[in-house]
Design a protein around this ligand. Sequence first.
Ligand code: FIX
Ligand code: ZN
Length: 434
Amino acid sequence: MEATSANQSDSKSKALPSDLLSGEQIQTVVEDVLACTPFIDIHTHLFSPAFGKLGLWGIDELLTYHYLEAEFFRSSNTTPGQYWKLSKRERADAIWRALFVENSPISESTRGIVAVLNAFDLPTDASGLEEARIFFAAQPLDEHIRRVLEIAGVSSVVMTNDPLDPDEQPVWLNGGQDHAQFHAVLRLDRILWGWPRHWQQLASQGYAVDEKASGKSIAEVRRFLADWNERMRPLYMAVSLTDTFFYPDDSIASKILGEAVLPSCREFGLPMSLMIGVRRQVNPALQLAGDGVGKADLRAVENLCRSFPENKFLVSVLSRENQHELCVYARKFNNLMPFGCWWFLNNPSIVEEITRERMEMLGTSFIPQHSDARVLEQVIYKWRNTRRTMAPILTNAYRLLLSDGREVSRKEIERDVNRLFRSNFENLTGLRGG
Ligand code: FIX
Ligand code: ZN
């Protein structure tokens, strides 16, 4: 429902106190408040410098992002087999040629690259690749991180940290990281749905667990979580789950989730993030780009929220068809916080649809977006798109409020934007000054 100009003129007739806004003024103020409010990026795959090569940045990483690889294979005769034999630089060259030279970069992901190059005043036309390489190679990382987050309007990012990742583990076992703009999350995919392949890793670290997660296994998993909570100081625990995920069922994942993970979350005061709806490796030849989406049975979320009222759940669902249900469940359970337009949903047309619906049903009691950035500079275009999409949605909401008979002030808009992109998450995690 769009606010019409007729009722906006009401405000013109009577002189408004200085802090109250006319219908015309609302858009400019909304855009300004969105631009001035530093966001907390609650889910990324970025790493602070302490993690060395795990942290991806620069033009070759931007071009070989799995979103672009998926698009590359649609616009090139190169087979995945041939592509994976190429070096990172050769892959980037191939993607640049196919998506930025031989075709117009009008998809959300290709436009993103153009926006990043433009943010650094680098050429965005077909000849721009070499100059971009020279520019990024010359950037001192710490300063570059600070600058990129500043351009993106992001005060801090939340990482995705896997305690069983052989590249990450040594960093945490040797003191971890304390970068003020990078926060940790305890990601539990390998322990929950990856148990059959990974329980031995826990056993080799001295935790008395077994394949069936029987005997002392649950208590030992809790001991493992306590050790890593101490080591990582995570803001929440997290897992991604397929479209076939259900709770409760007789799977080991269901058992560990209900008997170990959620009790430990309660003990440490941590929310549990569930990202539901991926269909893993529908086309394995594409590797990271090979995952798909499926509609999930969200009664699993209903059962979890009802069965564990003391637990806080941060939930994002991948299927467009699950969005309305998630909103309705959030109206039933205040321990459920919907967040983000995840992965294949992170396209302006779909973000707009989901965000309008959430605002109509939940007001400002949800977290509209996360970037899911895998390469540092991606935060620049992903948050630019989010602000661009949010502005007309918020403007319309306030204009409707005005036409329904209530004045709107800049202070209220600042409070609401702060809640959507900061305090909802801060209150959920206890993060301060993030
Ligand atoms: O599970 C996840 O956290 C997903 O976001 C990733 O696995 C996925 O590959 C991705 O990058 C989505 O944007
Ligand atoms: Zn992710």
